[in-house]
Write a protein that binds this ligand. Structure first.
Ligand SMILES: [Zn+2]
Length: 387
């Protein structure tokens, strides 16, 4: 069963498609498309393992035991090349100068494979390529180096040039069923079954998000606190809404930084535990200088935007759950720990209010993808969040 050798969970259709490709007929470029946190990166690694495995019997690849598989496991296979977003704007540049970009990947792929077998390039978040970078990448797609497979992942494939999309074989990954998310958390030894159930409900079919939250013990408490503050925020004065909005942005920044640090620790092999203190330490604001002036000026742009995206995501969940509670659709509510507060708020906050706010939150999310100040986006949301 490929399912045993693959690390991907809860994506049977995508795994079947990849298994068929590995058995014969691997296209030279694959686009793994789907929401963030559903396992695109894990499936990309599985495909790379299947291609770089040296097991004689194709049907057992990836065997996870041969030299190729072990090199991958240790993160030092010479024929696996990676490219992903970096820098303040979290984009993939054309590169070739200071920042690693598409030109650097193309140059790597022009060299002969070290092991003499297949070569694989994984471009993570390919939808974050700049237009220049996409044009440069297109040339490689049109004339791919021999025996090379390019794997792209994208959560917003509309941002890719149509000519790139048309030259890749697309595999769609959808949301993962809640029991599968729970199983992933329990198998990883991150949390017990009741906590896995809470996190699976909260993460809405995105095991990556659930794992991130599981690695930071206080994440649920912070989310709950931010959610409750948002419910109350609609009744606050204009000045208070602005001030509280900024406070929530700072809190979301702490959560985002803690999640990232826990993820960094996780990739180095240590399974994030639930030891008290660990998350608290990780939750310290990034590179904060206690004597610094307004924290905003000191935090890098990419982190400020990530914090705003986190806050908008929690805000969306609150607006969505408000709408569901007012419609008596309790089974679909994600934040069960906010149920009492949500029910108490339905008298003040109508379903129409929730629907209008969801639209505003969508727009805010799009603006954050652009070059807009994250603080201004949050200010506008806080001002408009008035019942
Ligand atoms: Zn192998």
């Amino acid at each position: 069963m490929a399912g045993d050798r693959f690390r991907t969970r809860g994506q049977p259709a995508a795994v079947d498609a990849v298994t068929a490709m590995l058995a014969g007929g691997m296209p030279h470029a694959i686009l793994l498309a789907g929401p963030s946190g559903v396992g695109k990166g894990t499936l990309a690694e599985d495909i790379a393992a299947g291609l770089l495995c040296r097991a004689e019997d194709r049907s057992v690849r990836p065997c996870r035991e041969c030299r190729g598989c072990r090199a991958l496991e240790h993160g030092n296979h010479p024929d696996l090349h990676r490219l992903g977003p970096a820098g303040a704007g979290l984009v993939i540049p054309i590169g070739g100068r200071d920042e690693r970009g598409v030109r650097d990947l193309v140059r790597d792929l022009a060299l002969l494979p070290v092991e003499g077998g297949a070569r694989v390039a994984i471009v993570t978040a390919a939808d974050r390529m700049t237009e220049d970078a996409q044009s440069a990448f297109l040339k490689t797609l049109e004339e791919p180096p021999a025996n090379t497979v390019l794997i792209l992942t994208a959560s917003d494939e509309e941002r890719l040039l149509p000519t790139i999309r048309s030259r890749t074989s697309r595999i769609r990954l959808g949301q993962v069923a809640r029991p599968d998310v729970e199983q992933i958390l329990v198998d990883a030894g991150l949390v017990d079954a009741p906590m896995a159930a809470r996190l699976a409900r909260l993460s809405a079919g995105r095991p990556g998000d659930a794992v991130s939250l599981a690695r930071v013990p206080e994440s649920l408490a912070i989310r709950g606190e931010v959610g409750r503050t948002l419910i109350d925020l609609a009744g606050a004065t204009r000045a208070d809404r602005l001030r509280i909005g900024r406070d929530l942005l700072a809190r979301a920044g702490e959560l985002t930084a803690a999640v990232r640090r826990a993820a960094d620790a996780g990739t180095s092999g240590s399974v994030a535990g639930t030891r008290p203190g660990r998350g608290r330490k990780a939750a310290a604001p990034p590179a904060a200088d206690p004597d610094a002036g307004p924290a905003v000026a000191r935090v890098p742009a990419a982190e400020r935007r990530a914090a705003a995206l986190t806050l908008v995501a929690i805000w969306r969940d609150v607006a969505r759950d408000l709408a569901l509670v007012s419609l008596d659709e309790h089974a679909a509510v994600r934040q069960m720990d906010l149920l009492d507060d949500l029910e108490a708020a339905t008298g003040r906050l109508s379903p129409a209010f929730a629907a209008a706010q969801l639209r505003r939150l969508d727009v805010a999310g799009e603006r954050l993808e652009g070059n807009v100040s994250p603080e201004l986006v949050i200010d506008a949301l806080a001002l408009g969040w008035a019942a």
